[in-house]
Design a protein around this ligand. Structure first.
Ligand SMILES: *[C@@H]1O[C@H](CO)[C@@H](O)[C@H](O)[C@H]1NC(C)=O
Length: 310
């Protein structure tokens, strides 16, 4: 096993690698979610017509730079989220398992899922300001703008401007929706993964190995995206607002469905799927490699006494 610090670094590198590959789809997703906000279907102008069209027009008008807007925030967000998951998961799991079973080594799916969701929610809350700035950077476009156009030069410039104008409350705008979104996503991920794995083994006779992991995480990715997308759309819209278009995340949901129809909460779904599927698969396979490298590095360079402290 790598040390906790080592696991944190290895996990961070893997997550950032996956983010780099999938960030373009995230940009398209946000623009799709925001376009036509609170307009009836007939009135809404469709500047972006879908995932591939979105990638194409952004590339044509803004170049690669347009697709990668907000990537610095995306990295920081991933590192913070990853850190909270690593830091809170085990203590929460151990505490609960000891309370319920009197033995911290018992593995209970229910408790594991709960601990995963709780540590994810804590991470989402801590890192929300970065997701906020990311959303605003990604919706900015000098050619086909959707959403409020904020002129932030980069993440820190964005954070500074929000703090100066609106104070800490401004930085935590939309944090409720962000917590719900991540809570939904994290709680279905593990159970659907194991469920898919069992079915694949039982019905298709698949065996333990990379192919089974790939198939199970793809199946789980579909479900995660279905559950997580509606609160994700609400979150994007809460992050866009600077005035007070919506009183709360729930108000946003009601107004969205009322004016744009039920399917509005699934705007940008395919772009989200295009991000989530490769993200999950890449994170898992990259993490295996970076963990291996980290272990080799630690074996070679760290003394035993130092390893115990990290
Ligand atoms: C974004 O937020 C502003 C209010 O701050 C609102 O006027 C606008 O309709 C929202 N959505 C879009 C797509 O611009």
């Amino acid at each position: 096993m790598a040390t906790t610090t080592g696991a944190f670094i290895a996990g961070g590198i893997a997550a950032c690698g996956a983010v780099t590959v999938t960030h373009s789809f995230e940009t398209v997703k946000i623009r799709l979610q925001l376009q036509g906000e609170l307009q009836s279907k007939g009135d809404a102008v469709k500047k972006y017509r879908g995932v591939l069209h979105g990638v194409k027009v952004i590339l044509q008008n803004e170049g690669a730079r347009g697709l990668f807007r907000g990537i610095d925030s995306a990295y920081i967000y991933q590192i913070l989220l990853n850190g909270c998951r690593l830091g809170f998961y085990e203590p929460i799991r151990k505490g609960l398992t000891t309370t319920v079973y009197d033995d911290p080594s018992v593995q209970s799916l229910g408790i594991n899922v709960f601990s995963g969701a709780t540590s994810g929610i804590i991470g989402a809350a801590c890192a929300s300001p970065f997701f906020l700035v990311k959303t605003r950077l990604q919706s900015y476009s000098p050619f086909l703008p959707v959403g409020t156009q904020h002129q932030y030069r980069n993440s820190f410039d964005g954070l500074r401007k929000i703090y100066t104008a609106e104070g800490a409350g401004g930085l935590y705008r939309g944090v409720g929706a962000a917590m719900v979104r991540t809570g939904f996503g994290s709680s279905v991920q593990l159970p659907t993964y194991f469920f898919a794995k069992r079915r694949l083994v039982k019905h298709l006779g698949m065996e333990e190995g990379p192919a089974l992991h790939l198939a199970s995480s793809t199946a789980s990715g579909f479900v995660v995206c279905c559950v997580m997308h509606p609160p994700d759309t609400i979150m994007s819209r809460m992050y866009n607002q600077t005035g007070n278009l919506y009183k709360s995340a729930f108000d946003c949901l009601l107004q969205t469905v009322r004016t744009e129809g039920m399917l509005a909460i699934y705007k940008g779904y395919f772009a989200h799927l295009a991000r989530i599927l490769p993200h999950t698969i890449l994170t898992l396979s990259l993490a295996e490699q970076t963990n291996k490298l980290m272990r080799r590095f630690e074996d070679r360079w760290l003394s035993d006494s130092l390893r115990e402290k990290l």
